[in-house]
Design a protein around this ligand. Structure first.
Ligand code: FAD
Ligand code: 2HG
Ligand code: ZN
Length: 475
């Protein structure tokens, strides 16, 4: 036996500090707090430390260290996710890995129509960079000022332009990913064609931080629209809106970019909770749509939309419509639509259902779902709105602000079962765009077939052998 004093092992934190420097570490409790609570203020956890690497190599070293020490890692981008995926548990043992210092725009290539950005770049910055070279990046969400490209990819975010451009998965060409053991997959290819085996890119998109850290991506750019026309429509029922959607699409083709829906009660909630918004139409309507068409050339776009809507009013399909007459008028329509999440947070506690169904099925689904919800909760405040054009509804139920955590959990379980059973019976999905996170983890287990779940688990175990990536989320 040696009598030498055993070397004191440097604390884990010091090892992290040696990799990322002082600027890359947040240790104090009050400074950690913004990373430990989500945007909705629905989940609160406690991390051991927040680490903010500044380069892919630093991410790789941090992951190697955590993997060797078997320390769980919770990836976090802008922390705007709606499923609790970026919040640590309350053990105080998990490291929060924030990508907010991975902020470089590595390349903009207008000839290849691509942009290569690091994961922590906010979505709005990508839109601006594209605009700067006369191109367009179409992903658009209410959170675009704060959410990051890494988070968009990890959740496969949807938003308002999916019906024309697809979701984030459709907008990504290549990825760079740090694996749980610290190896780096350098897949930043700007190719439209690449048939070289299993599609690893698509495996990481939508994996919600459970398979690795996305550190950079090559994204597609598009021609910049030169003209837009925007309308607000009121009508009596969802059936009418679905028929209007088909008509506008027939008339405008792929110039139709957005077709968003708000029920009367959803609009009421926004008007009550959000400052400086007003109903674009006279009088109440059971359903509203915000419709936007865009084109690279302005060849009577507004007139085309106007004609199509005038005909729909004439045929009694819709009751009223307003076309935005200026940019500020257009933005006032979008301000209403984008106020809905904040309005829910201000007014109560929402039980959220982020569901997708075939568009043609939506009217009968909504009728059945409203009846079923009222069957178990007669006075339910249903806040139903969403991206009608791509079949994605946010069929939420708002509970009072003072509802206890127990009551919220109880209502969540009860309403999830009622709504999700109907979704699945109608060929739909229990998560259209917000992902599974911790919110729908039990629901995923409940509804996935044994084969599908087993395949997902096999992939998870193969890539994250020590199960350190975002435990308790998704799978
Ligand atoms: P975070 O919230 O930080 O993380 C989300 C998930 O991704 C977590 O599981 C996290 O672990 C993982 N993650 C984050 N970064 C990485 C990375 N680099 N590598 C690996 N995993 C990572 N969503 C929509 O789809 N459509 C909408 O219309 C929409 N509107 C919204 C409006 C508002 C007002 C708000 C607050 C949110 C909205 N969202 C919407 C939800 C949210 O903005 C998106 O899910 C967004 O993609 C999350 O990005 P983020 O950077 O904030 O990710
Ligand atoms: C939206 O469509 C977002 O506005 C948020 O996806 C939905 O607040 C919600 O439930
Ligand atoms: Zn949405």
């Amino acid at each position: 036996m040696t009598s030498a004093t055993p070397a004191v092992r440097p604390r884990f934190e010091d090892k992290l500090r040696a990799i990322v420097g002082e600027a890359g570490l947040v240790t104090a409790g009050d400074e950690r707090e913004p990373y430990e609570i989500d945007w909705l203020r629905k989940w609160r956890g406690r991390g051991s430390v927040v680490v903010r690497p500044g380069t892919t190599e630093e991410v790789a070293q941090v992951m190697r260290l955590c993997n060797e020490a078997r320390i769980p890692v919770v990836p976090q981008g802008g922390n705007t996710g709606m499923s609790g995926g970026a919040t640590p548990d309350d053990s105080g043992a998990q490291v929060i890995l924030s990508t907010t210092r991975l902020r470089a725009v590595r390349e903009v290539d207008p000839l290849n129509n691509t942009i290569t950005v690091e994961a922590g770049v906010p979505l709005a910055r990508v839109q601006e960079e594209a605009d700067g070279v006369n191109r367009f990046f179409p992903l658009s969400l209410g959170s675009e000022g704060s959410c990051t490209i890494g988070g968009n990819l990890a959740t496969n975010a949807g938003g308002i332009a999916v019906l024309k451009y697809g979701n984030t998965r459709d907008l990504a060409l290549g990825l760079e990913v740090v694996l749980p053991d610290g190896r780096i997959w350098r897949g930043l290819r700007g190719l439209r064609k690449d048939n070289t085996g299993y599609d690893l890119r698509d495996l990481f998109i939508g994996s919600e931080g459970t398979l690795g850290i996305i550190t950079a991506a090559v994204l597609k750019l598009f021609p910049k629209p030169a003209a837009r026309a925007t309308a607000w429509v009121g009508c009596a029922g969802l059936e009418q809106l679905v028929r209007l959607l088909a008509r506008v699409r027939d008339a405008c083709g792929d110039r139709l970019v957005a077709f968003e829906m708000l029920t009367g009660p959803s609009l009421r909630l926004i008007l009550d909770q959000v400052a400086d918004v007003r109903n674009p139409l006279e009088g109440p309507h059971a359903y509203h749509a915000l419709i936007e068409v865009a084109d690279t050339r302005d060849e009577g776009l507004a007139a085309l939309l106007e004609r199509s809507l005038a005909q729909a009013v004439g045929d009694g399909l819709i009751d009223d419509a307003a076309i935005a007459s200026s940019l500020s008028h257009r933005l006032s329509f979008w301000k209403i639509r984008e106020g809905i999440s904040q309005a829910q947070v201000r007014a109560g506690k929402a039980v959220k259902h982020d569901i997708a169904l075939p568009v043609s099925v939506l009217p009968r689904f909504v009728e059945a779902a409203e009846t079923a919800v009222r069957g178990v909760m007669p006075h339910a405040h249903i806040v139903n709105f969403g991206h009608l054009g791509d079949g994605n509804l946010h069929f939420n139920v708002l509970l009072p602000k003072n509802a206890s955590a127990g009551k919220v959990a109880e209502a969540n379980a009860l309403l999830n079962r009622v709504v999700h059973d109907l979704v699945v019976e109608n060929g739909g999905s229990i998560s259209a765009e917000h992902g599974i996170g911790q919110l729908r983890r039990d629901e995923l287990r409940h509804y996935k077939s044994a084969v599908e779940f087993d395949l997902m688990m096999t992939l998870k175990q193969a890539i994250d052998r020590n199960q350190i990536m975002n435990p308790g989320k998704l799978i």
